[in-house]
Ligand binder design. Sequence first.
Ligand SMILES: NC(=O)C1=CN([C@@H]2O[C@H](COP(=O)(O)OP(=O)(O)OC[C@H]3O[C@@H](n4cnc5c(N)ncnc54)[C@H](OP(=O)(O)O)[C@@H]3O)[C@@H](O)[C@H]2O)[C@@H](O)CC1
Ligand SMILES: [K+]
Length: 470
Amino acid sequence: MLTAHRVADIRAAEKAAAASAGWDGLMQRAVAALTDVLARVLPEDAVPIVLVGPGNNGGDALFAAAALCRRGRRVDVALLDRGHVHEAGLAEALASGVRVVDGPVDHDHVVDAVFGIGARAGLDGRAAEWAGWVEGRRPFVVAVDVPSGIGVDDGVRPGPSIPADVTVTFGTAKVGLLVGPGGLSSGRVLVRDIGLAPHLSAPAAEAIEAGDGQRYRSIVPGPEAHKYSRGVVGIEAGSPAYAGAAHLCVAGAQAGPAGMVRFVGEPDLAARVVDRAPEVVAGRGRVQAWVVGPGGQDSPDPLISALADDVPVVVDASALAHLPERLRPDVVLTPHAGELARLLDVERAEVEADPLLSARRVVERWNATVLLKGPRTLVVSPDGRVRVNLSGTSWLGTAGAGDVLAGFVGSLLASGLDALEAASVGAYLHGVAGARAARGGPFPAHVVADELRGVLHDFLEGTLDDEEAR
Ligand SMILES: NC(=O)C1=CN([C@@H]2O[C@H](COP(=O)(O)OP(=O)(O)OC[C@H]3O[C@@H](n4cnc5c(N)ncnc54)[C@H](OP(=O)(O)O)[C@@H]3O)[C@@H](O)[C@H]2O)[C@@H](O)CC1
Ligand SMILES: [K+]
């Protein structure tokens, strides 16, 4: 599990760690980690420019620049403000042969050490000019700890910023490296240990990784299992206009761990679903989780009757327009940004600018778990836990992919995972399945359902490849 913390918690952990390692000791661990990454990701013959701000973030990079020079590399450094700079770092850089220049010119490699966790979101003045230069030239950028200009705790990007290809972050990830525009500006996030772990509080957000399958072995059927013990998922989905949503939702559910899928809907549609998926049982009966809404009619009835069963419910698409006053934590709402904006009666752009805040508002308003679909799908629980999904591919933006996801999450709920786990495992594996499907180029959504089965198997067996999952 990748963990992310808020700045206040990181500062507290640093303080505790510094009590034994000393502040300089901690910084030198960060410097060693940064130097190591820079030496690997920057070509030998490149002359990077290090953009240095006033704080310790700039200090880290000055020491790392010095270390690279001592290894025979050439490094340029530009100082945001000569009057405010990590003096010991600058002295070591100068003594090691770093060249101080006015600013970036024709550099193809940039190390962004303007601001770290002391950053306020949005750049102005000289830092904003540098951001403009980066935007125009598009060099390869390595961010030190965080890309400068983003909100470190929330991933907002209210003004100019310096997007990174790689972010080397110390001790733990920051929430802003994962969510919202900041998450999309951080490139590949490499977390490097500097000894904070024993001092960190509970993470503010987590992201499932390829190696986490062992945690979910409870969904593998035991020797005594039968179809009912594995869980039954009930689906009310599809309509004459969107018959395909019923098929795709069922396909998603069948790819999951539940032992049986029940389908409730118009007799014609139910007959077509069973024709296509003969294992499906049409008609009502006991279920351990419901999925309502994919491609559904504009009616409150499916959600009302699903909620009456008192089992976990996935509420998707058309059903999102019919929420009662209050829900329960075992209800998973699965809006995309536009649907979530409608729930909050705000513009879609407002949701996209700060998805975590927007998702939290819906969680608080309805007391339900929210899975906010997007390039970085978020899952937020009423108990405060947050998961960010890092798997996937832009090719997943395809009609029907959400129907597959809703069915798959329903199946995970029916098998006994709690709402946050079912939603986040579902989003993660759905993303991996999309990435696998995309190896052959664009794909229709039913291929995601086909891939899910194998992806779930590999995840649980511990054989999923981390590279494939990104
Ligand atoms: N502590 C440790 O043990 C370790 C720390 N480490 C490293 O230290 C980094 C944190 O260092 P840091 O605390 O010095 O903060 P950093 O972000 O470099 O500078 C803050 C300064 O910038 C200014 N400023 C901010 N935003 C601005 C804006 N938008 N526009 C203009 N100005 C702005 C801000 O001004 P202020 O907000 O105070 O007015 C303040 O003066 C951390 O990310 C990691 O790299 C590692 O070495 C491991 C050990
Ligand atoms: K930085």
